[in-house]
Structures are given as C-alpha cells and as structure tokens.
Design a protein around this ligand. Structure first.
Ligand code: GLN
Length: 209
C-alpha cells in the first residue's frame, strides 16, 4: 500500500487522485490518497503530488502553513517520491526564472537540480497539446518509451538547465519538458488532464522502491 499526499491548495487535485486510483488498478499497487493543506496531513506519507496552479501562490501558502518545510524534510531526509506538474514542477526547482522578469525569488522547495523558466511558451501559445517524447531513466516504466505522451501545456514552464543528479526524461522539440532526479519527477505539462496513466504508474513504482 502506497500512501500519497496531494497538495490541495489549487489545481487538478481530484483529477490527480482519480489518475492514481486508475494507476493503482493498472499496476496492482494499492494506493491511499490524502489531501494535504497542513503539515500534519503529511504524516506517514510515501509519495507526494504537487499539482498545477499558480506557483507563487502555492509556494506562499506552503511557506505560511509550514507545509514547505515538512515537504522538504519528507523529500530530502525520508526519500518520499514526488510528482510535480506545471506549477508543481516550478516548486521543485533549485532555480526559478520568469521569461520576462528573470529570477523570481519566490518560495520554492528547491530540491531538484534544474532551472525552470516559467511561462516559457509565452502569450502566443498560452495553452496547447503536443506529443512529448519520453524516455525512462528510472528503469521502472519502460512503457514510457513505447509511444509519445499527449501533454497538455497550460502557461507551461520548461526546464532550461539541468545539472547534478537531474536527468532529462521528456522533450518537445529541442526543449526539456520532463525531468527526473532519484524519486522526484517534474513535468511541465498536465498528465492528469489526459487518460494516460503511465506517469502516475511511475510515481507509484518509485514510491514502492
Ligand atoms: N505559469 C504557472 C506558474 O508558473 C503554472 C501554470 C500551471 O500550473 N498550469 O505558476
């Protein structure tokens, strides 16, 4: 049984919970979900989902409630698996830039060796769907390489620099739009808005590791 906390301030929380239930059926890994708004909701958790939304707002709320600190401990000291989508991916990055304004200085978890550029696709392409080419550096989800993933991008960021332990996991054109570091998975797009459970299956398998 894997216990997954969904940070529940904003974004597709219910959609992620639904995808986790489906991924549980697909993999046979039992899952229990909990909506997290306060640090005590993160007790005994094996995995965390950071949904999309507005990363500055979510980061500020996480800092104010103490969720930020507890999440960092869970990820860095206890090895919890993490799936961050869109704003959630921004919150994982050690370096956050805005396409227009440069360094944002916003509160983030800063657990992943990546630079994220917010609103990377700008105003012309605020939201779009595109096929993302995925690879599986984890060895846990070979099905990621079988066919491309239909990514839903909404004011999406991109990973503009990776170093250290971060590895690219998905590309769109020449841009990195998915990355993995140990048990941390960061996606510029929204898998919870599709019917493809492959990336949620990966989270469950990472949590079991
Ligand atoms: N542009 C938003 C941010 O950087 C993310 C958008 C989203 O999560 N769909 O916070």
């Amino acid at each position: 049984m894997v216990r997954v906390a969904l940070v529940a301030y904003q974004g597709g929380v219910a959609e992620h919970a639904y995808m986790l239930r489906r991924a549980s059926e697909d993999t046979g890994i039992g899952v229990e979900t909990v909506y997290a708004k306060r640090p005590e909701h993160l007790d005994n958790v094996d995995a965390v989902v950071l949904p999309g939304g507005e990363s500055t707002t979510i980061g500020r709320l996480m800092a104010r409630t103490g969720l930020l600190e507890k999440l960092r401990h869970l990820i860095l000291d206890e090895g919890a698996a993490v799936l961050g989508t869109c704003a959630g991916a921004v919150l994982l990055a050690k370096r956050v830039r805005d396409r227009v304004r440069g360094d944002t200085g916003q509160p983030v978890l800063a657990v992943m060796d990546v630079e994220v550029t917010r609103n990377y696709y700008g105003r012309q392409r605020e939201s779009f769907e595109a096929l993302v080419k995925l690879r599986d550096p984890t060895g846990l989800a070979p099905e990621l390489e079988e066919k491309p993933f239909r990514g839903v991008f909404i004011r999406a960021p991109a990973f503009t620099r990776l170093w250290g332990a971060a590895e690219p996991m998905g590309t769109l054109g020449g841009d990195t739009v998915a990355a993995v570091q140990g048990k941390i998975v960061a996606l510029a797009f929204h898998p919870e808005l599709t019917s493809d459970t492959r990336l949620h299956r990966l989270l469950l398998r990472l949590a079991k590791k």
